[in-house]
Design a protein around this ligand. Structure first.
Ligand code: BGC
Length: 724
């Protein structure tokens, strides 16, 4: 591949304008087949004789560019005659943007492309043609393109020849497409036109999402369209963009011809529910505007529903937040000047993600990038793809994504490949923790994010739970997972077994005092219980203390990223299903349902991002942040009660432990697993609970009903009744 092609770039500095690379080939013999492979440092749009070829949107995707860049191959035979004009429109995309790096580019200061056309003639001979300095470069109509800021597309601009391409070197490895292509999905009509108190013309689409607005415009050549995108209106009803930080999220078009045409961005997406229409020819008719959701083309595999409409709305918010952040890499948020693959968020959300969509291929590709950027000492930076010019930390709970995500994927999809591929990365991350700090079996003095954004202290960015406690708890947990993975793979993991025992013992000696966590916070209690760092006879005391602390915070959610992910599991697994439901259904601020009262249609970064005084803490005020959507894994595993049996990945054997609650009325989950569709649920009618479990013929279930009855069944439809 790419034997006849080299990387090329524009002969002049183009800033953020998009270069168009072009070359025509004339063939002396009839062409039987033509295949074209293409890639870019940045993004590309490929046309052959005017026909567009694309695997999806935003090709060639986003990887750890330093190590690998994907390419795509297209069968272009249908467009090639005795002549082929190959044109490649390049854009900076993720490669040249200043992702979290003020004033600096993430990977490259220029757009580069590479392409190879392989032609097989009717007489059986073949020839290759590739990008080189004979290609022409033009300034295109895309005058500005930036992943955070949007685009300026001037349809009146003439194609201006800048000269011939320049050969360049790109230090990377070209690899065939591995990720899940990005495509357009839901199309939402405009709901409402609002004239704000400040006089802006704003359209509300009713749903926060990541994507873009498609406009059917009718105007004259030279007329302009300008849209800005935002997630929210402020407390006075004006268009609000401060939480985007420096991201401009603005699309500008100059119409190139008279009459009706469709406009949409080429190389950028926005996170938005509202647009401000600053310029538009003629009247704003809502029917001309459509919000298009853009995300990875994952197959829907899970459906949850229940009898409580507010919880169903929360579930909808979670699924929309998931969609909004699964674009090439699992991002923290899709709107502000960040949109990065934060490992901690991706790890905490991975089960919830898998309960809605098939995310195996999506995560797998990203995990390969995570492994590819592992530091020589085994450290894993908390963002992938990362840039060494930004001080991303090797933080506990974030780096552990390298262990926890492959393990959860293996359990859910039953495919050992992911463990085989990642085992070395997992082991080395545990070795890194082993070597970090002065104490051999604890991780002390690390640079962690901790229980990020917990509302239990004076500053959410400096949460109360002791970071050394968290670091050492995750050290123990990941060491244990390495042992479990190693056993699945038949590796000798005796050293890690001993390490785990030592870490657990040292952890308990330092951090469990009189049966309670040395760090007196909810997250302290939660991690002790969830990571099996407490002894059986300590558990009741810990969970009672957790409930006391919860009561101190008025039974609201003051835990951060880590505590929140596990709190409901810990409560229901330790005999407090009712209290788990109390917290789930809590409306008082901060809480999951409190967000809905303030109009959330996606999950927020902080439970209290908006209150009666408006939007606070603009630094961390994303309104489309999936990490608190981890609650979905409790709805499935706790409320409905479906789990994959420990020793049986891929749902060949399941455990079903439903937790009916009158406040939900009924709850059900349908899940397409590797072993077929499982449907399970419960419904309360009067004083009776009806349980139903539908299994594929080969699947066995161990059932534990709340009244203590147990059953073991294989395949088919199974129903039971019990008292509430
Ligand atoms: C992100 C988080 C992330 C965190 C690290 C934030 O800016 O949005 O979700 O995990 O940084 O603490």
């Amino acid at each position: 591949m790419f034997e006849a092609a080299g990387w090329i770039t524009a002969p002049v500095d183009m800033g953020r304008a998009c270069p168009l690379f072009e070359k025509g080939y004339r063939f002396s013999k009839p062409v039987a087949r033509a295949e074209l492979s293409v890639s870019a440092v940045g993004l590309y749009i490929l046309c052959v004789n005017g026909v567009r070829y694309a695997l999806g949107l935003l090709n060639p995707g986003w990887t750890n560019y330093r190590k690998r860049i994907q390419y795509q191959s297209y069968d272009v035979t249908a467009s090639v005659r005795d002549f082929a004009c190959v044109s490649i429109l390049g854009a900076g995309g993720w490669a040249t943007a200043n992702l979290l790096l003020e004033g600096e580019h993430f990977f490259s200061d220029k757009v580069c492309v590479i392409a190879e056309l392989r032609v097989t003639y009717a007489d059986g001979t073949a020839e290759r043609f590739g990008t080189d300095e004979s290609w022409a470069v033009f300034r295109s109509q895309v005058r500005d393109s930036h992943i955070y800021n949007g685009e300026i597309i001037d349809g009146t601009a003439e194609k201006e020849r800048l000269g011939n391409a320049v050969r360049t070197e790109v230090e990377t490895c070209l690899v065939a497409q591995e990720g899940v292509p990005i495509r357009e999905h839901e199309r939402l009509p405009a709901k409402k036109l609002i004239i704000t108190p400040e006089g802006e013309r704003v359209i509300d689409f009713g749903q926060n999402l990541s994507g873009y607005v498609e406009i059917k415009v009718s105007g004259r050549r030279g007329e302009r369209v300008k849209l800005r995108h935002a997630e929210v209106l402020d407390e006075n009803g004006n268009f609000y963009t401060k939480n985007l930080r420096t991201a401009k999220q603005t699309m500008e078009y100059v119409l190139g011809a008279d009459g009706e045409q469709i406009l949409k961005p080429l190389f950028t997406t926005q996170g938005f529910r509202y647009i401000a229409v600053d310029e538009f020819p003629g009247q704003i008719e809502l029917s001309r505007f459509t919000s298009v959701a853009v995300y990875a083309d994952m197959k829907r595999t899970g459906h949850f529903s229940c009898g409580n409409e507010t919880i169903n709305r929360l579930y909808d918010c979670i699924v929309w937040t998931h969609r909004s952040n699964f674009m090439e890499v699992p991002t923290d948020c899709p709107q502000r000047d960040e949109r990065l693959g934060w490992l901690g968020d991706a790890e905490l959300f991975c089960k919830a993600a898998a309960y809605s969509y098939d995310v195996y291929g999506f995560y797998r590709k990203w995990l390969h990038d995570v492994a590819s950027q592992q530091l020589p000492d085994g450290g894993l930076r908390s963002v992938c793809p990362y840039n060494e010019n930004y001080p991303f930390r090797c933080s506990a709970a974030w780096g552990d994504a390298g262990v926890i995500i492959p393990w959860e994927l293996y359990r859910i999809y039953g495919d050992k490949t992911i463990l085989e591929e990642l085992f070395d990365c997992m082991r080395r991350w545990v070795d890194y923790m082993h070597g970090a700090g002065d104490e051999e079996f604890l991780w002390l003095g690390g640079d962690h994010y901790g229980d990020w954004l917990a509302l239990d202290g004076p500053n959410p960015r400096e949460p109360l739970t002791d970071k050394d406690f968290i670091g050492s708890a995750f050290f123990a947990y990941s060491a244990k997972k390495v042992v479990e993975c190693g056993k699945v793979l038949g590796r000798d993991v005796r050293a890690y077994e001993a390490l785990y025992e030592n870490v657990r013992r040292s952890f308990r000696a330092r951090y469990v005092i009189n049966g309670l966590p040395a760090t007196d916070t909810m997250t302290g209690c939660i991690l002790l219980l969830h990571f099996d760092l407490a002894e059986q006879d300590e558990k009741e005391r810990i969970v009672t203390h957790l409930l006391e602390l919860l009561a101190k915070f008025d039974n609201t959610l003051c835990t951060g990223l880590l505590g929140t992910a596990y709190i409901l599991h810990v409560l229901s697994e330790n005999g407090h299903a009712k209290e788990a439901y109390d917290l789930l259904l809590q409306k008082k601020y901060p809480s999951w349902l409190g967000m809905l009262d303030y109009g959330a249609t996606t999950i927020w970064e902080r439970f209290d991002t908006i209150d009666e005084n408006g939007i606070k803490d603009v630094r961390n005020a994303s309104l489309n942040h999936y990490v608190y959507g981890t609650i979905l894994d409790w709805l499935v595993e706790g409320a409905v009660g479906l789990r994959c049996a420990f020793a049986s990945p891929g749902y060949r054997r399941i455990t079903w432990k439903p937790l009916p609650d009158e406040r939900l009325g009924h709850a059900e989950f349908a899940f397409d697993t590797q072993n077929g569709r499982i449907e399970c649920g419960w419904q309360i009618a009067g004083k009776t609970v009806h349980y139903r479990l539908l299994l594929p013929q080969t699947v066995t279930a161990e059932i534990l009903l709340p009244d203590g009855r147990t059953r073991s069944v294989t395949g088919g439809e199974n129903s039971f009744t019990g008292a509430i």
